[in-house]
Design a protein around this ligand. Structure first.
Ligand SMILES: [Zn+2]
Length: 631
């Protein structure tokens, strides 16, 4: 007999009447309702908000919000932030006027420690899906993934309406769509900043904003009671806190005579005082570094910071240097800029990885992804000495031209440690102004509010506290009364009622539980799966294989046990021995006087008894899965 046989599969398991998923999370109770599991709390533990939303929405995805949410009155406007107001990510906002719905941005969010194994998190667009015949347009403010990432997944669900955006964004969306060839083709329509489009009965105009990527824009939706303004992500181009002429002109053009009923705007950096570092300043500092650097320069930054990347290539040419790009997303974005004529490098400026060693180090600039310490990005491979072409030496200067995104502190620390261990000289945003974010600080935000001068305001794009701070800035800037500013959660339903007279937040809510992309599946009912992954990650799995003689109700032989991530079994022989005795006794007790034997009942008892025993002996709660074969 081979009691510890991690490799071989169980011998013909007969039945899995209880799914493993549901057993593991609550070993001490009968009944397998996933709901009960939620109340008890899992071994792992999702964020409380995940639970509350999942509980509120239940697992009953059939419930139609349409049956709960009252119909929209003809003199009202409805606005729902479907994502992006409890996080930085998955930005998506719905605006409904009469028979027309416009969706602004459809972004995604990357997984975090609460969603192990998940690819992306999408905004919950159920409200719009149930009214897809009303959707006239999707309008996309700019090409960052937290604004375009979920387009391939969401567009087919909302009827694949026309998608309006500016040129660069349209190409980035198209490029991304190539990875989803099974999806229906998009109806992409390119607009420019001074264009007006008509969608349904609504007219929409645009204004250009400063961000970190070209072609970023805000939009103005005209309604009979005033206009609705959505800024997208923005900051201001300025000199020492004085916005440039170009900014003045653009805001005057768009808002001087505009009756703005409602404003929605970016909250990401409103906690920072004053004005943000102008991107021009960052460019100037990077130019100095490129000009004066001794040896090779490796610049790591976000592949989405296209304006900066284009500048770096421009400076490289100016100082007679070659540029090699490392990292797929950055290569792809640079390729798009070339296609659109935003970048026109000389023929021999851009070189391939294989050619790096053909040039003296002082003529070489390497542009790389992975400034956040991302595990598989180019920069980390260089740091770990696993990069095929780039070996770090002590003559290298590494410029980390990015801030550290909250949550990435340790990864970035590790990156810096490993690079400096190899002797590289590192320049980062804390020792020089080599990075600026694309989002407005407090005083910039106030300036924008004064220019747009709305009657009502809702902050977007940020965690709850950021939205609160932004709400205060809005009130101060234009003397707005408290009731004119609404701080939303995802799925909050706002209505501007009585022909623009007042703004209210309905007590009803649109669906807001998280929608996950996990491999090929997309859905909002995978909480059970996620909880199992967390439980497995914490305490592992413990599988019991038992063969029972259906005549006698006794074990045919001592049960086999397989375990992963729990305890090291080879050093736990006593525990295994005692567990086998427990299983034997449990089986005999369960089958006593039973004919025919009830396999499910025996399994439940084994799960309960073994879980309890292992907890007592090890203070751990592995997922216990019995597999029973009757002969
Ligand atoms: Zn952005």
């Amino acid at each position: 007999m081979n009691p510890i046989n991690p490799q071989s599969p169980p011998s013909r398991p007969t039945s899995y009447t209880r799914t493993p998923s549901r057993m593991g999370v609550r070993p001490f109770r009968r009944g397998n309702s996933a709901f009960a599991a939620k109340k008890d709390g899992p071994a792992g533990g999702l964020r409380p908000s995940h639970f509350s939303t999942a509980l509120k929405n239940g697992y009953d995805t059939k419930t139609k919000e349409a049956e709960i949410v009252p119909p929209l009155a003809p003199d009202s406007i409805r606005i729902i932030p479907l994502g992006g107001v409890e996080e930085i990510g998955k930005n998506c906002t719905m605006i409904e006027v009469g028979d027309d719905i416009i969706v602004v941005d459809i972004g995604f969010q990357f997984k975090d420690e609460n969603t192990p194994g998940i690819d992306y998190i999408l905004p919950n667009t159920k409200y719009v899906e149930e009214r897809k015949e009303k959707v006239r347009a999707v309008i996309v403010t700019h090409g960052h993934l937290d604004h375009i990432g979920a387009i391939p997944f969401v567009m087919p669900r909302i009827g694949n309406p026309p998608l309006y955006t500016r040129l660069l964004t349209s190409v980035m969306i198209k490029k991304r769509q190539e990875e989803f060839l099974h999806m229906p083709p998009l109806d992409l329509r390119v607009v420019e900043k001074d264009e007006t489009i008509t969608v349904g009965k609504l007219k929409v105009r645009f204004f250009s904003v400063t961000h970190t990527i070209p072609d970023a824009m805000g939009l103005i939706i005209e309604t009979p009671w005033g206009s609705i303004v959505h800024t997208g992500d923005l900051k201001l181009d300025h000199i020492d806190g004085v916005p440039t002429e170009a900014e003045e002109v653009e805001y005057e053009r768009a808002f001087k005579n505009e009756n703005v009923l409602m404003l929605m705007a970016d909250s990401t950096n409103v906690e920072n005082p004053g004005f943000s570092i102008p991107e021009k300043q960052v460019h100037k500092n990077i130019e100095e570094i490129i000009k004066n650097v001794q040896g090779r320069l490796i610049v790591a930054t976000f592949s989405s910071l296209l304006e900066r990347i284009l500048k770096i290539i421009e400076f490289a040419e100016k100082y007679g240097k070659k540029v090699c790009v490392e990292g797929r997303s950055m290569k792809q974005n640079i390729e798009i800029c070339k296609q659109l004529g935003l970048l026109k490098p000389k023929k021999d400026t851009m070189i391939s990885s294989e050619e790096i060693d053909q040039y003296p180090p002082e003529r070489m600039i390497i542009l790389a992804t992975g400034a956040q310490g991302d595990e598989y990005a180019a920069m980390m491979r260089m740091a770990n000495k696993t990069h095929k072409y780039v070996k770090i030496t002590k003559r290298d200067t590494i410029l980390l031209s990015s801030s550290v995104v909250p949550g990435n502190e340790r990864a970035v620390q590790k990156l810096k440690d490993n690079l400096s261990r190899q002797g590289a000289h590192i320049i980062h945003y804390k020792i020089a102004d080599v990075h600026s974010s694309g989002h407005a600080n407090r005083d910039e935000t106030a300036w924008i509010h004064k220019k747009i001068h709305p009657k009502f305001f809702m902050p977007l794009h940020g965690y709850h506290y950021m939205l609160r701070v932004h709400g205060e800035i809005a009130r101060e800037a234009n003397n707005l009364p408290e009731e004119s500013v609404i701080i939303p959660d995802n799925g909050a339903i706002l209505e501007i009622q009585n022909k623009g007279q007042k703004i209210v937040r309905l007590k009803e809510k649109a669906a807001s539980n998280i929608v996950m992309v996990d491999g090929f599946s997309v859905g909002d009912i995978q909480d059970v799966v996620i909880r199992d992954r967390q439980a497995l990650a914490q305490d592992g799995i413990f599988i019991v294989f038992a063969i029972i003689n259906s005549q006698t109700g006794r074990l045919r032989k001592s049960p086999d046990i397989i375990s992963r991530g729990f305890v090291y079994l080879r050093e736990s022989q006593t525990l295994l021995h005692e567990t086998r005795i427990l299983i034997k006794n449990t089986v005999e007790k369960s089958t006593h006087g039973m004919n025919p034997i009830n396999v499910d009942y025996i399994k439940e008892n084994i799960t309960d008894e073994v879980s309890r025993f292992l907890l007592q002996k090890t203070a751990k709660r592995p997922m216990v899965i019995p597999v029973i074969l009757t002969v």
